[in-house]
Design a binder for this molecule. Sequence first.
Ligand code: ARG
Length: 560
Amino acid sequence: MEKQILALQIAHILGEEYPRNWVLNVIEIPKQESHGDLAFPCFPLAKTLRKNPNLIAEEIAQQIKHPVFHKVKPMGGYVNVFLDQTFVANHMLQQIFQDPAAYGSHEFGKGKSIVLDMSAPNIAKPFSMGHLRSTVIGNALANLAKKCGYETVKINYIGDYGTQFGKLLAAYLKWGNEEQLKENPIQELTRVYVEFHKAAEVDPSLIEEGRSWFKKLEDNDEEAVTLWKWFKDVSLSEFEKIYDLLGIEFDLTRGEAYYNNKMEGTIGLLKEKGLLEESEGAQIIRLDEEGLPPCLIRKSNGTTIYATRDLTAAIDRQRTYNFEEVLYVVGQEQTLHFQQVKQVLKKAGFQWAENLKHISFGMMLQDGKKMSTRQGKTVLLEQALEEAIKQAAKNIEEKNPYLEDRHTVAQQVGVGAVIFHDLKHDRRNDVEFSLEEMLTFEGHTAPYLQYAHARTTSLLEKGNFNPEEAVTSIQSESAWPVIKTLRLFPEIIEKAFKEYDPSKMAKHLLELAKNFNRFYAHTKIIGSDESQELLTLIYAVKLQLKEGLSLLGIEAPDHM
Ligand code: ARG
C-alpha cells in the first residue's frame, strides 16, 4: 500500500513524463535497515532533468507527505522513506481482524476458472516421485488460485491407456496370479510386465500378442475390457492410499481412456484444417515453422498416441470449463510434448491454446541420482511417507511425551515435512530427498513452522487471549520485523500464484517464523504493559502461519 502511495506522490512531483507505474518499478526495498523501508533512486532522472541525483532527491523528499511516512530523507541520490511503524501496524492489524479469513485474498480471479492437470500416475505402475511432485505442486497452485478468486478444477489425468496395456493383458494372462494381484496389485502388475519384456527378448512373437490384445481393448472386447478395468480399479485404490495420507482430493479423476471415442473428432478437425500429412503410413503434423519436430497424431497401424489424447482433452476441457488457463503440472522431461500440443492447437486456430501452460519441475534425487520407483521398489513412496510419520512420532515422543492425539500430530508433521521439502525449492530445480533434513525442527522445514505455530497457540492460551478483545494499536518497536513480514502476505500470495511458484510462500513463512521466534525470545509478553496488544499480534502470526501452511497443503496442529 505505502509503495503505491509513494509512487503516486513521486509521479505527481515528476510530472507526466514519469508515470506512476514507472516509478513503482523503480522503487526499491533497501537492504540496510538504516536506509529506511522504501527507497527511490534518482539516478535514472539525472540525464533528462540535467541535475545532480542528490539535488533531485532533496527536492522530491521535501514534497512527500502522508501519515504513513514517518521520515523522508535524501541520501546519496536516493529518497529514503521510513514508514510510520505505528500507523502501518495498526492499519494492518485492523485489516486482519476485520475479516481474518479474507486477509491476503484477491478478487482478480473472480468469475474465471483454472484447470489443473495434475498428479496423473499411470495405472499398473508405481506412483513415482515425479507424480508426488506434481500432486503437491498442483495442489498448492490450486489453493493459491482460489485465494486469488479463481474457480479451480483439479483433474487427475490418470495414465490408463496406450499400447503398453496390450502387453500387460498378455502378460497377466500368461504369468499373472489373482491372489497376488489382490494382495499387492502394483507389485504384481509390474512383475508380470517385467516378465513379459524379458520373455519377449527370446520370443518376439509376444510383441505381436501384446499388440493384438491392445487391438482387442480398442475394439471393446469383453475379456480385455474387464481385465483392464480391474487393473485400473486396483491401481486407483492403491493411489488413493497416498492421496489419503497427503490429504489431497481431486474434483475429477479422468484418465486418458476417457477420450478414446472423442479422438476421431479431433483427427477429423485437424484434417479439415489441412494440417495432417501422411508420412510412412502415419499421420503427422509438421511444426517446422515453430522450430519443433513433427507431432505424431496416428501411427501407421492406426492407433492414436499420447499427444492425440492430450489434444482431445484440451479441446474438451475448453468446451466444458471455458478456462482462463490450464496448468499442466508435469515434469520437465515432457517439455517438447507440451510445446507440440500447444502449437498444433494454435495451428488449428484455437486462440485459447496460448493459455495452456506447462508448469514443469525438476527431478527428485537420492544421493544425486534420479530416484527410481521401478522393479522391486514399488512401495517406495508410500514407505517414504510412512517412514516420515514414524520419525515424526519419535521426535514427538522425545519432546512432548504426553501430547494428546499423538498419532494425528505425527501424521501432520511427517506428511507436512515431505510436502514442504518439495515446495520450498524453486520447482524447476532438482530436489534431493532427505528424510533427516525434512524432519529437523531447526532447519527450513515444515516442523519448524508447525512448531512456531504451536508456540503461538500456547502463548495465546497462557495469556487467555480472546480474539474478540483484540487491540490493534501496537507500539512496541521490537515487533516491527514481525509486522513488516506479516503485511507482505497479500503480495506474496499474488506473486506465488502469478509466477506459479509456491516456494515464494514457503520462504515467506520461514521468514515470518524466524522473526516471530526472535521477537518472542527478546520480548516479555505476558505480564507486560502492552500484553493485550502483543497477544493480538501473536494471534495474527498464528492465523498467518496456519493459513500459509494450509495454502501449501500442510496442516498446523495446535500442540506438538
Ligand atoms: N501419466 C503421465 C506420466 O506419468 C503424465 C500425464 C501428464 N498430463 C498430461 N495431460 N499429459 O508421464
